[in-house]
Ligand binder design. Structure first.
Ligand SMILES: [Zn+2]
Length: 642
């Protein structure tokens, strides 16, 4: 799932082909929705005594009111333990008309706890295959937004979005993350000119007077919250992606509101083909390749990765990428508990970032990583894992569950290398116990450990369950061929935390560079390296791999690089930076309080001299910090009037 904040619209106007990843925030309405659904979820008591093998959902809405005029669900199930009763989740606003078992209406109780309890006329024994059909109608509670009716420039749209707990608001189901329905048919009846869309492939359209029944068939296991329907006037078109893994064309079927300019939308959805090629090669064959992929426009403020048919508010590049990546992460393998929703969202967010890595320019890739790093570290705390699913701010928190999770994966890629990283992901996605089933964090970790031959317990403990990130203070000096780097680590969150991801460091000389990967073994370490060229600048993490903040101190032996004079000073101070570009400076007092700060949109180039008038300053000692976005230098300066 992906929600948009208002900033999106600004970004869409600012970027031509690639938009920046979108800052997302939790809208009040979303909190309300989640609260309503969460209260319901905690009351649920559905047993786990059957395995659903097939569901046939038939539904006809009234487009004018949103009511469900008539609907039924037939479940075929395998009995797991001997039983004489069944139960399903269904909201009380919906009325059950009858329950039919072997052609006979049988007794049921639809309680105020939103559970439909069905008494069977005879006991069923373990491993028996049986089926039951539930007929219902009514007006769903639209406040939940799991099922909603809205009006746009093209007319009415009725659509569903059940994640996480909304499915029983519109159909009887077993609302858990334990059993996928192995095979699904959806029959949607609506008056022309409205069109209906659901999961899987459109098999047939049945015509009866002005009504059309759209028959969708889906032959892959599906989590109940990924079953979805949408009704609207739609323009439809198909684009094809040739999958090298199957050597076949895959249909990408798009359902677009008619008020959109079709030529423009086609250009946007065309990007899906490139992303499909990328993910098919990086993650393994598109999981539903025997059927199709597609997008259906809906009125909700974002997107939702409904299996084989993502629902989209628009066809923004990042939204297309995010929901497509979810077909592997979230749909093929679904989080086994909402606490592990990061297994869906971190990978979908990282899938989006990978489009910039593999399909964008180097600059676009570096820009999105830098922006994501900054947004994750805009606050010093927050874990990827959602310990408490009643903490509504946490579960769908964009900064941690989505962005930090994505950067933790990116950092892991740096730690273990591309080959081990992508191989582990492909093994995880094809694990027989996980594929088309539910995920377990430990299995994912085991694959990363197998391919990298590294123990990653500390990494997962620090970065998935732990909070914060390291701050590094780096000081360097060079005497002849001896180069020394002093590294001190503190944590943004807790004094007791230590992080041990190796540091990428670039040493730049006048016509030579060298790249270092420095292992972190203690909170305070000195590394000595033999170098045969003179270093002029040290750049920390130039490729934006890490979640870490850094302070690079003034080189101990720097006289030939930079000079600050006079010091002590009286009126003005001069910075002569022969080897560094200056785009800002900041002066603080010894308590850390900022006294003066200046940014230079047009930086002072290397070799320039910066004059700062400090004649108004009181006598005393100050910290001067200056530099650019990649490195900064610090120096104590002293004001002395006489
Ligand atoms: Zn998502």
């Amino acid at each position: 799932m992906f929600r948009f904040a208002t900033i999106l619209f600004f970004l869409c106007l600012s970027f031509k082909s690639f938009s920046q990843p979108i800052q997302e925030s939790m809208a009040k309405s979303e909190l309300y929705r989640y609260n309503v659904l969460n209260q319901f979820a905690q009351k649920r008591t559905v047993d786990e005594n059957i395995d659903l093998v097939y569901a046939k959902l038939a539904l006809e809405p009234n487009m004018n009111t949103g009511a469900i005029v008539s609907a039924s669900v037939r479940f075929t199930f395998k009995v797991l333990t001997n039983l004489n009763a069944l139960s399903f989740d269904l909201r009380k606003e919906l009325s059950v008309d009858s329950v039919v078992y072997h052609g006979i209406k049988i007794g049921f109780l639809h309680g105020t706890n939103h559970i439909l309890n069905i008494s069977l006329p005879n006991a069923l024994t373990q491993n028996a295959l049986d089926s039951i059909r539930i007929y219902y109608h009514g007006t769903p509670n639209m406040g939940s937004r799991a099922y909603s009716r809205s009006v746009n420039a093209s007319g009415v749209n009725i659509s569903t979005l059940s994640q996480p707990y909304g499915a029983p608001y519109w159909w009887p189901c077993r609302d858990n993350l334990k059993d996928k329905i192995d095979s699904l048919d959806v029959l949607l009846t609506v008056d022309t000119p409205y069109v209906a869309v659901s999961n899987g492939v459109l098999h047939n359209i049945l015509i009866e007077g002005s009504k059309r029944t759209y028959v969708f068939k889906h032959r892959y296991p599906i989590a109940n919250y990924l079953v979805a329907v949408s009704f609207s006037k739609y323009n439809t078109y198909t684009q094809k992606a040739f999958l090298s893994s199957t050597q076949k064309d895959l249909d990408i079927v798009n359902y677009v509101f008619p008020h959109n300019k079709l030529n423009e939308v086609k250009v946007q959805t065309f990007e899906t083909i490139k992303m499909m090629h990328l993910f098919d090669s990086l993650f393994g064959t598109y999981p539903f390749h025997k059927e199709q992929y597609g997008h259906a426009q809906f009125s909700w403020g974002g997107g939702m990765e409904h299996q084989t048919m993502s629902f989209m508010v628009n066809f923004n590049y990042d939204l297309i990428a995010h929901e497509l990546a979810h077909q592997w992460f979230g749909d093929k393998i679904t989080c086994g508990t909402w606490k592990d929703i990061w297994l869906n969202e971190s990978f979908a967010t990282y899938g989006n970032l990978l489009c910039y890595d593999f399909l964008g320019t180097k600059k676009q890739w570096m820009d999105v990583l830098k922006k994501t790093q900054e947004e994750v570290m805009s606050l010093p705390y927050g874990s990827v894992y959602a310990k408490d699913t009643t903490d509504v701010n946490k579960l769908f928190d964009y900064r941690t569950t989505y962005q930090k999770g994505a950067m933790v994966l990116h950092q892991l890629r740096w730690l273990i290398g591309d080959s081990a990283f992508f191989q582990a992901i492909r093994l995880y996605l094809t694990d027989q116990n996980l594929a088309y089933n539910f995920a377990k964090q430990k299995s994912l970790q085991t694959y990363f450990e197998t391919t990298s031959k590294q123990n990653l317990n500390d990494y997962f403990k620090d970065w998935i369950y732990g909070q914060g990130y390291p701050n590094y203070q780096i000081e360097w000096q060079q005497k002849g061929n001896q180069f020394e780097i002093d590294i001190k680590q503190t944590s943004s969150f807790s004094l007791n935390d230590t992080f041990n991801v190796p540091l990428p460091i670039l040493l730049k000389g006048s016509n030579r560079d060298t790249f270092l990967r420095i292992d972190i073994k203690s909170l305070n370490q000195v590394n000595k390296i033999s170098l045969d060229f003179k270093v002029k600048e040290l750049v920390f993490d130039p490729q934006h791999w890490l979640l870490a903040k850094t302070q690079i101190l003034f080189p101990k032996d720097n006289n030939d690089l930079i000079s600050i004079y006079p010091n002590p000073f009286n009126g003005s101070i001069y910075i002569s930076a022969r080897e560094i570009q200056i785009s800002y400076f900041e002066i603080t007092d010894l308590t850390g309080r900022q006294i003066l700060q200046m940014n230079y949109p047009n930086p002072i180039e290397e070799g320039g001299i910066l004059r700062i008038d400090l004649s108004a300053f009181a006598d005393g000692i100050y910290n001067l910090k200056f530099g650019n976005s990649e490195s900064s230098l610090h120096q104590k300066i002293i004001k002395l009037s006489n």
